[in-house]
Ligand binder design. Structure first.
Ligand code: ATP
Ligand code: MG
Length: 138
């Protein structure tokens, strides 16, 4: 399956009141929301979600940040969803993000970069199932 991806609106964007603006950009780019919830990750859950980065120097900071406030988690549907959504969010570092991308508009730093986007079809499925039961995926 290559038509679904997973996203989170991160705690910085939630705090700064950008949830509505980001969802509008997502919809305008042609993604359909097929699951969505607002939640607050514990440090343990944030650590599990980003376990692939466990050995990286920024892991502790990342876990602390991702558990610092509420997020909005969502599964998005569109042809070529994973790749197209990575294009829509832009580079990890907002200083390198292209014009018109979500991170260019809303991210404040490489750590606090407004949104998450899955990096592969396999991870999109794993990440969607991390937050949503099959009954909550439409
Ligand atoms: P995400 O997985 O959240 O969509 P990404 O795929 O663009 O982001 P990754 O390399 O997977 O980037 O890093 C995961 C997250 O870890 C980044 O979004 C960012 O919040 C944080 N991060 C990455 N590199 C750094 C860094 N050098 N310093 C601080 N935080 C970082
Ligand atoms: Mg990533």
């Amino acid at each position: 399956m290559n038509n679904r991806t997973f996203t989170m609106i991160k705690p910085d964007a939630t705090r700064n009141g950008h949830t509505g603006g980001i969802l509008e950009m997502i919809n305008k780019a042609g993604f359909r929301i097929v699951a969505m919830k607002m939640t607050h990750l514990s440090a343990q859950k944030a650590g599990e979600f980003y376990a692939v980065h466990k050995e990286r120097p920024f892991y502790g900071e990342l876990v602390q940040f991702m558990s610092s406030g509420p997020i909005t988690a969502a599964i998005l549907e569109k042809d070529n969803a994973v790749e197209d959504f990575r294009k829509l969010i832009g580079a990890t570092n907002p200083a390198e993000a292209a014009e018109g991308t979500i991170r260019k508009k809303y991210a404040t730093s490489i750590g606090e970069n407004a949104v998450h986007g899955s990096d592969s079809n396999d991870n999109a499925l794993i990440e969607g199932d991390f937050f949503f039961s099959k009954l909550e995926q439409f």
